[in-house]
Design a protein around this ligand. Structure first.
Ligand code: SAM
Length: 193
């Protein structure tokens, strides 16, 4: 099986990657992670999607490519330079709303909304305020994180933080989790009904 064969990535991916390289942005999600995000996005028709850590929109493009026409995505990043690339290529899509701001403030401010799918690709909602992010997940909803295998850009001491996060998710009885030692290392969790 060739995991990269016949993937047919989102049409905008090449242009987003080109602009990301020009900007020097190197934190984008892996191609295989993108393909998985798209597959799982398709499993939530009419879903309400949240992404924390838009970056330049690479994972956003994959998620949008999997979403149904009546689904919606809110994506947040605190860096307007990277978010500008994402909205340049994806902003025409009426299903997506870009928010430039702090993910922690967002998690503190939101109380009434619930999501079918959360991709937490930043500190907020993953290493910080994990509980607040999980509270926003509907029963049956999907919570996804990547970069759980050691990455070249991890700062000193990050391995221990990643291990603590894995243990926290393993111990959470509200979740069913699958750990994938594949791509950059993923955890796929669903909230039990
Ligand atoms: C791993 S990158 C996201 C990559 C993106 N998902 C992609 O595939 O291109 C993490 C992002 O989180 C953003 N970020 C860091 N701290 C943040 C915060 N406190 N609130 C919101 N975004 C933050 C960074 O600007 C960066 O774009």
């Amino acid at each position: 099986m060739n995991e990269l064969y016949a993937i047919n990535p989102p049409a905008t991916l090449t242009e987003i990657e080109r602009d990301s390289e020009t900007l020097g942005f190197s934190m984008a999600s892996d191609f295989r992670t993108g393909a998985l995000l798209r597959t799982l996005a398709t499993a939530k028709p009419n879903g309400s999607f949240l992404e924390i850590g838009t970056g330049t929109g690479i994972s956003t493009a994959w998620i949008l490519d999997g979403m149904s026409q009546d689904a919606t995505l809110l994506t947040i990043d605190n860096d307007d330079r990277v978010a500008a690339i994402a909205s340049k290529y994806l902003g025409h899509d009426p299903r997506v709303r870009f928010q430039v701001g702090d993910g922690l403030e967002f998690l503190d401010s939101i109380s009434d909304q619930r999501f079918d799918f959360i991709f937490a690709d930043s500190w907020p909602g993953k290493y910080d305020e994990l509980d607040k992010a999980l509270r926003l997940l509907k029963p049956g909803g999907l919570y996804l994180i990547d970069d759980m295998l050691p990455q070249p850009n991890w700062p000193e001491g990050h391995e221990a933080k990643a291990e603590r996060l894995i243990q926290t998710l393993e111990a959470n009885e509200e979740l069913r989790i699958t750990k994938l030692n594949w791509s950059s290392g993923l955890i796929v969790a669903t909230k039990r009904v």
